[in-house]
Design a protein around this ligand. Structure first.
Ligand code: UT7
Length: 334
């Protein structure tokens, strides 16, 4: 079967840096609590006027440049914060990037969105619907955060990350797979925006905000990402020892540490940039990889080298989770 092969990577965060001191000045929390309980030290938030599409275009442009291409057969955008409820944001991203009348649509799986979008894109390539796909994860969580909620306002940041995939062979470096995807809608209420959808089209202001039951979510995040990672390891024929880098959804540094322990991997093999960018939802995995390719001196990740065995795993609202693996190709961030 034709495989989807990674040929380009790009990441972008808005310039405005929000420190823990700034967050702690507005909320009933402390800089130290945020740093020790989440691992986040700074996050980036957009200025008014900058949207998810704007960020997706920036990351997409970098990924296309990194791949050395100006055309793709489809654009798939994972996001929970589209510019508008209708239409999807991906067509606008495709148009702004000058990609012509290509297939373009959004995927909604909250923080697991990028892995779901990779799987859907690999399907488009495998079915020869598209020979190449620009896959983007982009979220503007600052637009849906309750500024008074100390359980969410300190973790989330804004950003976008992207991969370019092309049709190739499963034996090549960069070939994605296998995939493990799962969901549990019985627990939809752990992470949600209660109002603004068809169930409650004109909600109270407080119901327009993102809400999360942090403690229960934490436990599910570790368990689901560990089980899903193990399923991919088994299907790929790797043991934990074979994994050079684990790129987990950057939800909380303590979740990543617990995940590494659960899959029996030294914590040094985690790629993480949560200290710098916080939890950027669908953008978190490609942004962590983009940072590991061009490491910030303060970040604890990478660097990734061609041939490294990489495991990707994500978890988020839905609940939804997913994992995949690849041997890193000779690809850098533009
Ligand atoms: O991206 C999608 C998936 N998201 C996640 O996976 C996030 C999962 N959850 C988390 O990252 C963590 O649960 C949080 C960071 C949200 C909260 O951390 P926690 O260690 O689970 O805290 P907790 O909710 O168990 O609360 C512990 C204590 C409580 O005080 P008492 O009851 O022990 O007196 C809280 O009231 O910490 C208190 N607390 C805070 N204190 C200062 C909770 N939030 C804060 C805060 N500042 N921001």
């Amino acid at each position: 079967m034709t495989a989807a092969v990674v040929t380009g990577v790009g990441g972008w965060v808005p310039p405005r840096v929000v420190t823990n001191a700034e967050v702690a000045a507005r909320l009933d929390t402390t800089e130290e609590w945020i740093a020790t309980r989440t691992g986040v030290r700074t996050r980036h938030w957009v200025e008014p006027g900058t949207s998810t599409v704007d960020m997706a275009v920036m990351a997409g442009e970098r990924a296309l440049k990194s791949a050395g291409v100006t055309e793709v057969g489809a654009v798939v955008l994972a996001t929970t914060t589209p510019d508008r409820l209708c239409p999807a944001s991906a067509p606008e991203v495709a148009a702004r990037l000058g990609l012509g009348p290509v297939a373009a649509f959004d995927v909604g799986a909250v923080c697991a969105g990028f892995v779901y979008a990779l799987a859907v894109s690999a399907g488009l390539i495998g079915a020869r619907v598209a020979e190449s796909v620009l896959v983007i994860g982009a979220d503007t969580f600052s637009s849906i955060l309750d500024p008074t909620d100390r359980g969410t306002a300190m973790i989330f940041g804004d950003g976008a990350g992207a991969f370019v995939l092309r049709a190739g062979d499963c034996a090549e470096l960069g070939a994605l797979g296998p995939f493990d995807l799962g969901s549990d809608g019985e627990l939809a209420d752990l992470i949600m925006i209660p109002g603004g959808g068809s169930r409650d089209p004109a909600p109270e202001t407080s119901d327009r905000y993102f809400a999360m039951q942090g403690k229960a979510t934490f436990q599910h995040a570790v368990r689901r990402m560990a089980t899903s990672s193990q399923a991919v390891l088994e299907a790929r024929g790797w043991r934990a020892d074979d994994v050079d880098w684990l790129v987990g959804h950057q939800a909380n540094r303590r979740i990543l540490d617990a995940l590494a322990d659960a899959v029996d991997l030294p914590r040094e093999r985690l790629i993480s940039n949560i200290d710098r960018v916080g939890n950027t939802s669908a953008a978190s995995i490609p942004l962590a990889i983009a940072d590991a390719l061009a490491p910030d001196p303060t970040s604890s990740g990478g660097p990734l080298a061609p041939g490294d065995n990489v495991l990707l795993t994500a978890f988020g609202g839905g609940l939804a989770w997913g994992s995949t693996a690849l041997r890193w190709p000779a690809v850098g961030q533009a």
